[in-house]
Design a protein around this ligand. Structure first.
Ligand SMILES: [Ca+2]
Ligand SMILES: [Ca+2]
Length: 386
């Protein structure tokens, strides 16, 4: 009798749970001044949101039933909420600013092979399904598949509060085989009893290293934000220049690191300058942006132009900062910002307004094939929902 297959199965049965089990770094939910708050994620710098989940080494997609790759991570740790106050996860769409057409995007993909944000081939869908029977949400890259983009996470019961929970299973379509990389959705937490949380990124690891996961999260996050929008208000203006100026040279405060190279430097100022005047917001919240900057912003823009023209990337920081002081005047502005206005549908009937201009550094879509496979063959808890 050949016992090798049996021994192999036993080894898999013993070793796989050790490798694949774990609670990851859960989305830690609390309430501050009546608003839901989140913490414990991978901290992000320049881009749309401040946190990504789940970057724990145990959190990766693996073989699940029904031709899917699945995970029950990220989980949730909830405190501060009233019992039965209800907690929902709402998927949030964003424009893809790496595409000159800035399409509204739901599911994001970072390609392991090219190491860049890309369009995944075969347009796979992601399903986030309640493990408590509260329904699901499904999205493809550029379309929502369910009528509502919100699904209840927890009621929460008394036993849910202060304990670790896995309310969802995340299932990625794997027929045909999904390329390796990170698959992400932006989301926020809502509740009838509290203000919604800030948005965050759920990025699912499909055969990435920890470093690759971090790069993927940063790049997806940056792809969903206006380049140069360093204060995250969907407008590129003088306030963003001030963020850059205040943190110039920093490797710790990276809100102004538009180039994602880990330091706030002259390249980030170039990015801001190239995108000055762009804005994106809901039509109700913001009128079409005019191409003419306000006087104060024009003065700042002039200062920035002088910084670049006179100092360049090799000039010491102190000299750059000295040059960029308010003694600059609008008369010295030399930078033109061509603006093109367009309207884009934000999904679910919401119309949003986009003011944009050509971007020379847009990344290309990728249709590359996978380059490696995960060795773990775990079936996630609660699998079978599809
Ligand atoms: Ca801004
Ligand atoms: Ca930089």
């Amino acid at each position: 009798m050949n016992r090798l297959p049996l021994i192999g199965a036993l080894l898999v049965g013993c070793l796989v749970p050790l490798k694949c089990s774990g609670h990851g770094n859960p989305i830690t939910v609390n309430v501050t001044d009546g608003r839901l708050t989140i913490s414990n994620g991978l901290e992000l710098s320049a881009g749309f949101v401040s946190f990504a989940y789940d970057y724990h080494e145990d959190a990766y997609l693996d073989i699940a039933p029904g031709n899917t790759q699945g995970s029950t991570l990220p989980g949730f740790d909830v405190s501060g909420m009233e019992v039965n106050s209800e907690l929902f996860l709402e998927i949030v769409s964003r424009p893809d600013f790496t595409d000159p057409a800035t399409p509204i995007r739901w599911l994001w993909f970072w390609d392991k092979e090219t190491q860049e944000t890309a369009v995944a081939p075969e347009d796979p869908f992601l399903r986030i399904a309640s493990q408590r029977g509260f329904g699901d949400v499904r999205v493809t890259q550029f379309a929502s598949m369910t009528a509502s983009m919100s699904v209840k996470a927890l009621e929460p019961r008394a036993s849910d509060i202060g304990t670790h929970q896995h309310p969802f299973i995340y299932l990625l379509d794997d027929a045909p085989t999904a390329n390796y990389g990170a698959y992400g959705v932006f989301a926020r937490l809502t509740s009838p009893n509290y203000e919604a949380s800030e948005p965050f990124l759920i990025a699912l690891n499909h055969s990435l290293s920890s470093d690759e996961y971090a790069d993927a999260a940063r790049q997806i996050n940056a792809s969903a934000a206006l380049p140069g929008d360093y204060d995250r208000n969907d407008t590129v203006d003088g306030s963003d220049f001030l963020v850059w100026q205040r943190t110039l040279g920093s490797t710790a405060d990276l809100a102004g690191d538009g180039s994602l190279n880990g330091v706030v430097d002259a390249t980030d100022l170039e990015i801001w300058k190239e995108n000055f005047g762009r804005a994106w917001a809901s039509a109700a919240a913001m009128p079409l942006a005019g191409a003419v900057p306000e006087p104060a912003s024009a003065a700042i823009l002039a200062c920035a132009g002088i910084v670049l023209r006179c100092c360049g990337v090799t000039v010491p920081r102190a000299k750059r900062e000295r040059t960029a002081q308010p003694r600059c005047s609008a008369k010295r502005a030399t930078i033109a910002s061509p603006i093109v206005s367009a309207e884009v549908a934000a999904g679910d009937g919401a119309l949003s307004t986009l003011t944009t201009l050509p971007c020379a550094s847009m990344r290309k879509s990728s249709t590359s094939a996978p380059s490696g496979r995960s060795a773990c063959a775990r079936t996630p808890a609660g699998a079978g929902i599809r």
